[in-house]
Design a binder for this molecule. Structure first.
Ligand code: HEM
Length: 142
């Protein structure tokens, strides 16, 4: 599957405002996720206190390179390795996705129009599918 041109355009246009607010967005995302899904906390038991900064950096890099994803291969490989170590599963992705989109809405307020949210939703689940496919291969090897 390919991302639509419209989505690529919107994500690129909103990449700066998302990057400027990335740490607020990702810390809000973890608060929302841990409130609605306390069982997910166990996965993050060994995480550093700055985990939200790592996710923020990844979100920023993704948005900035949405039309040139090849440059993210190394970063994606690293994320996959960490996810395998912490036993992330496909069914966790919608939980993170919904929490992230809610956090974007909360932090960006009116700037997060339905069109912007739709584009980020498509972009998130596109990346999620890439990670899920790679993680599936690694789990099968183990
Ligand atoms: C597109 C979606 C996602 C992205 C871009 C992403 C990104 C990242 C990044 C950048 C790291 C840090 C890697 C490092 O330490 O170098 C990480 C670690 C981690 N992620 Fe994800 N992630 C995603 C989805 C998920 C999901 C769905 C879960 C499950 C709830 C999850 C759970 C974790 C855990 C448990 C860690 C390790 C924390 C630790 O112990 O250090 N991630 N992820």
């Amino acid at each position: 599957m390919e991302l639509s041109e419209k989505t690529v355009g919107i994500v690129k246009a909103t990449a700066p405002v998302v990057a400027q607010n990335a740490e607020a967005i990702t810390s809000t995302m973890y608060n929302i996720m841990f409130t609605n899904h306390p069982e997910i906390k166990a996965l993050f038991k060994d995480a550093e206190p700055d985990q939200h900064k790592k996710l923020a950096a990844a979100v920023g890099a993704y948005a900035a390179n949405i039309d040139n994803l090849g440059v993210l291969d190394k970063a994606i490989e690293k994320i996959v390795n960490v996810h395998i170590r912490t036993k992330v599963q496909p069914e966790h992705y919608p939980i993170v996705g919904v929490s992230l989109l809610e956090a974007i809405k909360k932090v960006l307020g009116e700037a997060a129009t339905p069109e912007v949210i739709d584009a980020w939703k498509e972009a998130y689940f596109f990346l999620a599918d890439v990670l899920i496919a790679k993680e599936k291969i690694e789990y099968a090897k183990a």
